[in-house]
Design a protein around this ligand. Structure first.
Ligand SMILES: C[S@@+](CC[C@H](N)C(=O)[O-])C[C@H]1O[C@@H](n2cnc3c(N)ncnc32)[C@H](O)[C@@H]1O
Length: 236
């Protein structure tokens, strides 16, 4: 999908987004629980960049657990970001947040971040070089050694394992209340609008974007997550 289409899709979903995915909470909470440990060594006053923050699920979790951290939420979908802002106001951490409607390349330059999150975002970038450049854009905003936690749908499309996993994934979505037409739309989107690549390939794209040895710390169904550190400029 092109940028404008992705933005339109999320603008349209924003109001119902949290309700639609509410029953996926066990997966989300497992990922966020592990994320706490991954980021546990960051400074008490860490600055966090949330790329593709959406309605603010990971941001809100980190804001609750780490009361002195500050956040920059970046998302091209103004409607998603508005839900995120409302959540921050309701939960009392809006004063620790900055909201940027747009992409990373239009975010004003400010001091480097200690860490970044990028959950379920890079998968929408279909072209491999562009996906690598996307991660490079994040690396460029981090201090040396700064951390990235990212997640994406991954799998070896066409393999019997992937097909079995996809069936189980869609069955789980059905049990979570996604209607049949939504499941069909999702199956079609996975085939054409989402770059589902083998986990090792996603890791190598993250690495080519300027991060050291991504470690896969989570998998639930098709969702895989990695953490990595910004590599030194010379790649050492
Ligand atoms: C599937 S949602 C995930 C939201 C949130 N990270 C979560 O896990 O709940 C993907 C979000 O990424 C945003 N997005 C898509 N492409 C992006 C890009 N190139 N840069 C930043 N955000 C992007 C979308 O607008 C959407 O809000």
């Amino acid at each position: 999908m092109r940028r404008e289409e992705i933005k339109a899709v999320f603008d349209q979903q924003a109001q119902g987004y949290d309700r639609q995915w509410a029953r996926m909470a066990p997966i989300r909470e497992g990922l966020h629980f592990l994320l706490e440990s991954v980021f546990a060594g960051l400074p008490a006053d860490a600055r966090i960049l949330c790329v593709g923050a959406g309605t603010g699920a990971e941001l809100a979790h980190l804001a609750r657990e780490f009361p002195l951290w500050t956040f920059t939420a970046v998302d091209p979908s103004g409607a998603m970001l508005e839900v995120c802002r409302r959540r921050a106001e309701e939960e009392g951490f809006a004063s620790r947040c900055r909201f940027h409607e747009g992409y990373l390349d239009s975010l004003s330059i400010e001091g480097p971040y200690d860490a970044a999150t990028c959950f379920l975002v890079s998968q929408f970038i279909l072209e491999r070089d562009a996906r690598s450049a996307f991660f490079r854009g994040i690396a460029g905003r981090l201090r040396p050694g700064g951390m990235l936690a990212s997640s994406d749908l991954a799998g070896e499309v066409g393999s019997s394992e992937y097909e079995a996993l996809l069936d189980a994934w869609l069955a789980m979505m059905a049990a979570a209340g996604i209607p049949p037409e939504g499941l069909e739309r999702m199956r079609a989107a996975y085939a054409s609008d989402v770059a589902i690549l083998p986990a090792a390939t996603v890791a190598s794209i993250i690495e080519s974007g300027g991060f050291q040895a991504p470690a896969r710390f989570f998998q639930a169904g098709l969702i895989h997550a990695w953490f990595s550190r910004r590599a030194a400029e010379d790649g050492a």
